[in-house]
Design a protein around this ligand. Structure first.
Ligand code: MN
Length: 232
């Protein structure tokens, strides 16, 4: 079989301790999954989890010890950081029970759900889709994936983001409104999960703007640190 032009390349994320990479299929993101972040966005109370997607080729893949580059995107004057704990799916399935969900997880990474907040806000106001605010090129920086058996117990660990050395977001994974098993249960009821899917599990409070030249350092204790520089 030949193509009318070369097919787009597979997007690979490095795996800690392995020469094989993790080939990405889809990126699912969870909205408003920490109480204090929901409040800062103007919402209160526990609502059912909701999801949006980013194309796989929005990833900015950053290797261990490296600094990734994210060009400041077009159309916005309010580019926000959202530090997130990312789960990488290794075994697919639909209607996965929360009690069985972790057997579908390959590993974990640190990710940034970069957001054109002004455009997202405008779309919210108009009841329109969020893609222009969320699913733009280079909107999903990610660090290496640590296999689950090497990551240790992450239930209560710290998640943090600094910009130019100053802490902007800090919380703990036990503050997630919907836990990872619950997220997988809900997600897999709506879509068939497949190996290669990534799940960005939501961001804690403290989201704010960055500008060209800023250096972002994101961490989840036990995983590889993610370093990204916003370029002009
Ligand atoms: Mn997010």
């Amino acid at each position: 079989m030949s193509h009318v032009f070369p097919p787009a390349p597979v997007i690979d994320v490095p795996v800690v301790g392995r020469s094989e990479t993790f080939p990405v299929r889809r990126i699912y993101c969870v909205g408003r999954n920490y109480v204090e972040h929901a409040k800062e966005m103007g919402f209160t109370g526990r609502e059912a989890p909701f999801f949006f997607l980013k194309p796989a080729d929005t990833l900015v893949v950053v290797g261990d010890g490296q600094t990734g580059h994210m060009p400041y995107p077009s159309l916005t004057k309010d580019l926000h950081h959202e530090i997130e704990w990312v789960a990488a799916i290794g075994k697919g399935g639909s209607n996965i029970a929360a009690s069985d969900a972790m057997s579908h997880v390959f590993g974990f990474a640190v990710g940034l759900d970069m957001t054109r907040r002004d455009l997202q806000g405008e779309m919210k106001k108009q009841g329109r889709p969020w893609e222009i605010g969320k699913a733009f090129d280079h909107s999903a920086p990610i660090g290496p994936i640590t296999p689950m058996d090497q990551a240790g117990d992450l239930t209560h660990v710290r998640i943090e983001l600094s910009v130019n050395g100053q802490v902007r977001q800090t919380s703990s994974l036990d503050k997630l409104i919907w836990s990872l098993p619950e997220i997988i249960e809900h997600l897999s009821a709506a879509w068939t999960l497949m190996p290669g899917d990534l799940i960005y599990t939501g961001t804690p409070e403290g989201v704010a703007a960055v500008v060209a030249g800023d250096e972002l350092v994101g961490s989840v204790a036990g995983l590889k640190t993610l370093r990204v520089k916003v370029t002009g």
